[in-house]
Ligand binder design. Structure first.
Ligand code: PFF
Length: 525
């Protein structure tokens, strides 16, 4: 069973870009972005989100990509192969974790305190490898609830096909969604169906599975989105929806909105957990990492904005609330769409779009864990995919059951209530909280500090230079002025190059910004 085969690689540069864009474009873009935009002032929120993408998203994605390609390893192996035997910085972080654990004990937050003690001890023992381990663990956690939501989109697609989305009013739409969620067998069936699709694709390998399917699915996704936008924009009153997305209302913005935008930037770009490290480890040396990062980020942002443009015009044309919360997609959208001529067809297309978006993200989450199992446990792809798929499938069942009724899994409920004080939050909310508020921000900070201070920006830039021609060393001002190829602007002076700008961001700006968001998220500031 030992896995001694050479590392697989993407068949083409565009294949890699589409696969990574597929990872980034997911439920976060089409389900979450429109409703958080609706709740936080429309255009003003979009503007803040764009700043977060530029300040945090681009620099951290470049860190993950260069780390992956340089080491050609999964997140655990990537940190392990670069990390020094003993790192003062990691000891310092280990100590901080132990102290945080003690602080949490004083606040009677026993579960988080135990987690901090374990993490702190692991950091002392395994140094930076722990960051990779946490990334893989986040993959487990996120996929187990992500696939439950993805399962609901499959259920809604089925309902659209069978004419079951023909709601007369808002109450009927809400009832339909609550009865789906309350039926654990149906939720579990759809979740397992989604996991099965992910398992089949990932089992095909990097080139023949993930890359091939990403190319097909992403082309279909762009086509569907385009059709849905044209449909949305052709409705009467649609201009109001477009204006809502594009004209900023700064009075609806609060500190919280800024932090929501920052957290979402992480989730939507699949950062902070090693997905991009894993995909980057299959990239060849002649790929331009700078341009790849910019393309992935631009496509992801474009899809989020297009999804808003597909949804809000229809919402306004039918006098619905743009700030309808997480139910926007499952309650409002079917209601709006089925009121339009040919509505069931449009609703079907919309849920198909959601399934495709979720699938390309689901396979990347699964691949993070599979790649780690293959490399670290030295097993072949097929048993790794089946084993990991089964474990995540089981965890997802717990999520689905806990959403329908906590008391069905009372042992888990009382255990988590005792340790973490989760009270009425479902296991689903608990997993989401652990991943989104703890693992991803901590992972993001650790990755940028590791690349900026431990591996070092100099070595990272050497990696980025492969395949990037002189992109990294171009004088930024010369680039903006269109003088990129003018030799006098690219001399040996210490000028502000793209590489220098990136270094400043990952050493100082990104970690500090994420740290503030993290502390705010957990309620410490
Ligand atoms: N980026 C995905 C989305 O926006 O839905 C979610 C995600 C996928 C997060 C893969 C993390 C990841 F590794």
């Amino acid at each position: 069973m030992a896995n001694n085969s050479p590392r697989e690689h993407w068949g083409s540069g565009i294949g890699f870009i589409l696969a990574a864009t597929g990872s980034a474009v997911g439920l976060g873009n089409i389900w979450k972005f429109p409703y958080i935009t609706g709740e936080n002032g429309g255009g003003a929120f979009v503007l803040i989100y764009l700043v977060c993408i530029a300040v945090i998203g681009i620099p951290v994605m470049l860190c993950e990509m260069s780390l992956g390609r340089h080491t050609q390893k999964n997140p655990i192996g990537a940190f392990g192969s670069i990390s020094p035997e003993s790192s003062k910085l990691s000891h310092f972080f280990g100590l901080c974790m132990l102290l945080t654990g003690m602080g949490l004990l004083l606040f009677h937050n026993y579960g988080m305190a135990v987690l901090m003690f374990v993490l702190g001890a692991l950091v002392f023992a395994y140094s930076w490898r722990v960051v990779g381990f946490c990334g893989v663990f986040a993959g487990f956690v996120i996929l187990s609830f992500y696939s439950v939501v993805a399962g609901w989109t499959i259920a809604y697609f089925g309902k659209a096909l069978s004419g079951g989305l023909d709601f007369v009013d808002k109450v009927a739409a809400e009832q339909s969604f609550s009865s789906l969620v309350a039926n654990p067998y149906y939720s579990i069936g759809c979740h397992l169906g989604f996991m099965f699709l992910c398992v089949v694709i990932v089992m095909g390998g990097v080139k023949k599975g993930i890359e091939r399917w990403s190319k097909i699915l992403m082309s279909l996704l762009f086509l569907l989105l385009f059709i849905l936008i044209l449909r949305g924009l052709s409705l009467p009153g649609a201009t109001q929806g477009v204006a809502f997305m594009l004209s900023p209302d700064f009075s609806a913005i609060s500190t919280n909105s800024v932090l929501i935008a920052l957290g979402h930037a992480f989730f939507t770009l699949s950062l902070g957990m090693g997905a991009i490290i894993t995909y980057g480890s299959y990239v060849s040396k002649d790929q331009n990492l700078f341009l790849s990062t910019l393309s992935i980020v631009a496509l992801d942002t474009l899809v989020a904005i297009l999804a808003g443009l597909a949804i809000f015009p229809a919402v306004f044309a039918f006098n619905m609330e743009p700030s309808a919360g997480p139910g926007l997609v499952f309650n409002t959208v079917p209601l709006v769409m089925t009121q339009m001529p040919g509505g069931i067809f449009w609703a079907g297309l919309f849920f198909l779009l959601l399934i495709i978006a979720a699938l390309t993200s689901g396979i990347s989450l699964l691949e993070v864990v599979v790649a780690a199992a293959m490399d670290e446990l030295k097993i072949k792809r097929t048993p790794a995919v089946i084993g990991v798929g089964c474990i995540i499938g089981l965890l997802g069942c717990l999520c689905a059951v806990s959403v329908s009724d906590w008391t069905r899994v009372e042992w888990l409920h009382s255990g988590l209530t005792g340790l973490f004080g989760v009270d009425d939050a479902s296991f689903f909310d608990f997993m989401d909280n652990i991943a989104s508020n703890w693992l991803l921000p901590l992972g993001g900070i650790s990755i940028s500090i590791f690349v900026g201070w431990v591996w070092g920006t100099r070595k990272a830039v050497e990696e980025i230079r492969h395949g990037s021609h002189n992109f990294a060393d171009v004088h930024l001002i010369a680039l903006l002025a269109g003088l990129k190829d003018d030799p006098s602007h690219n001399s040996d002076y210490h000028v502000l190059t793209l590489a220098a700008l990136w270094g400043i961001f990952i050493r100082f700006i990104s970690p500090v910004a994420v740290m503030i968001a993290f502390l705010y998220n957990i309620g410490w500031i």
